[in-house]
Write a protein that binds this ligand. Structure first.
Ligand code: NI
Length: 169
């Protein structure tokens, strides 16, 4: 097990489009367990591989209050989406910022598990929002892309400043 480094906005690597997972091997299982450890430690409710600079289509999440419902979605695809939901979202790659984003309320997803077996999830509310947010990461998209460019620039400047201060320290 190992904690992975989480990339922060506006790191250009967060804009990489992930490729499908084709090898369901031991390396994949290690990556998944490291991603869970990194997500729980942060703490966060979801983490996409893109955020740890691995450009493969997979994400981990756990939206339960007791942190006892880990789920891994590999090569996820949205089969159905309906309704609308507005929620305040945050992101481990945009630390300290929360903005309202509108997404589908109910979704049906097909994905693979660590062994490559296909399964479907039908979900709504927070879990549906979390899946859509993490799937955006796999396309190089961030929740700040949904807000005004003025606000996004403000966040970018503050995070760049923090990064510089961190490097000096
Ligand atoms: Ni995120």
């Amino acid at each position: 097990m190992a904690l992975l480094n989480i990339l922060h906005f506006p790191d250009p690597r967060l804009r990489t489009i992930a490729e499908a997972v084709t090898n369901f091997d031991e390396d994949l299982k290690t990556l998944v367990s490291d991603m869970f450890e990194t997500m729980y430690e942060a703490p966060g409710i979801g983490l996409a591989a893109t955020q740890v600079d691995v450009h493969k289509r997979l994400l981990v999440m756990d939206v339960s209050e007791d942190k006892n419902d880990p789920k891994v979605l590999i090569n996820p695809e949205i089969l159905e989406a309906e309704g609308e939901e507005e929620m305040d979202e945050g992101c481990l790659s945009v630390p300290g910022y929360y903005e309202t984003v509108r997404r589908a309320d109910k979704i049906r997803i097909r994905a693979q598990d660590v062994n490559g077996d296909f399964f479907e999830i039908k979900t709504d509310g927070l879990e549906a929002v979390c899946i859509q947010h993490e799937m955006d990461h796999l396309q190089g998209k961030l929740f700040v892309d949904y807000i005004s460019s003025l606000k996004r620039d403000r966040i970018r400047k503050k995070l760049e400043k923090l990064k510089k201060q961190g490097q000096r320290a």
